[in-house]
Design a protein. Structure first.
Length: 210
């Protein structure tokens, strides 16, 4: 199996990034992380990159004259590190159309709810779990999807639900959902780097193991 070079984008703690690195080291995911890209110079994900000797780059949209300049810089970083696919692991910015086009169906994101519910602009982190808690739903979960031009709207690759009827706060939901994320993200990234994700209209078909 050919080893794919992936770029990871993370803005926060990096627990999904860390979990993916463990699965790469276990050879479950045939990939190497060639670059960590972040918009947050204090991201915990940077510490993880440093400890794994993975190069990282901080790119802040506000440091660029325009969205276009930012996207061009992002593209040149991706090319410099020969990234063949992109894994968003707690990255809060929308991915520019140029990058989505160049990496069509090669960018994945994990969302801490069962999309399309509780998704879209502004629905990230605690905002999601607060909305889930206040809605009174008895199930939540996590979704991995392909990234397109709209927040959280790309074809869904994998979802897993979890009973939250015994939980009493958004924080408790966040913790339970995060452990689900750590279970399903490695599976989805494995399928991505093994080129097993086919898209028909808005549905994904996972091709059999090679
Ligand atoms: C996770 O809740 C994920 O669903 C969302 O951002 C958070 C990232 O957490 N996209 P971490 O930085 O991977 O711990």
């Amino acid at each position: 199996m050919e080893i794919k070079r992936i770029a990871v984008f993370a803005s926060g703690t990096g627990s999904n990034f860390r979990t993916l690195l463990e699965k790469i080291e276990e050879k479950y995911i045939p990939a190497v992380v060639s670059i960590l890209l972040t918009d947050n110079s204090n991201a915990g994900a940077i510490e993880i990159a440093l400890s794994h000797k993975i190069p990282f780059k901080v790119l802040k949209p506000k440091d660029f004259e325009s969205r276009q300049q930012f996207d061009l810089e992002m593209l040149s970083v991706l090319q410099k590190y020969n990234a063949e696919a992109i894994v968003l692991a707690g990255y809060l910015k929308l991915i520019g159309a140029e990058i989505v086009n160049k990496y069509r169906n090669k960018i994945v994101n994990i969302h801490p709810a069962l999309l399309p519910a509780f998704g879209g602009k502004g629905m990230y982190g605690q905002n999601v779990h607060r909305a889930v808690f206040e809605s009174g739903v008895k199930l939540s979960g996590a979704t991995v999807h392909l990234v397109n031009e709209e927040y959280d709207r790309g074809p869904i690759i994998i979802q897993r639900s979890v009973d939250i009827s015994d939980l009493n706060s958004p924080d408790e939901i966040a913790k339970r959902v995060l452990s689900i994320e750590h279970q399903i993200y490695p599976q989805a990234v494995k399928w991505l780097v093994e080129d097993r994700i086919r898209v028909e209209q808005n549905r994904t078909i996972i091709e059999k193991d090679l």
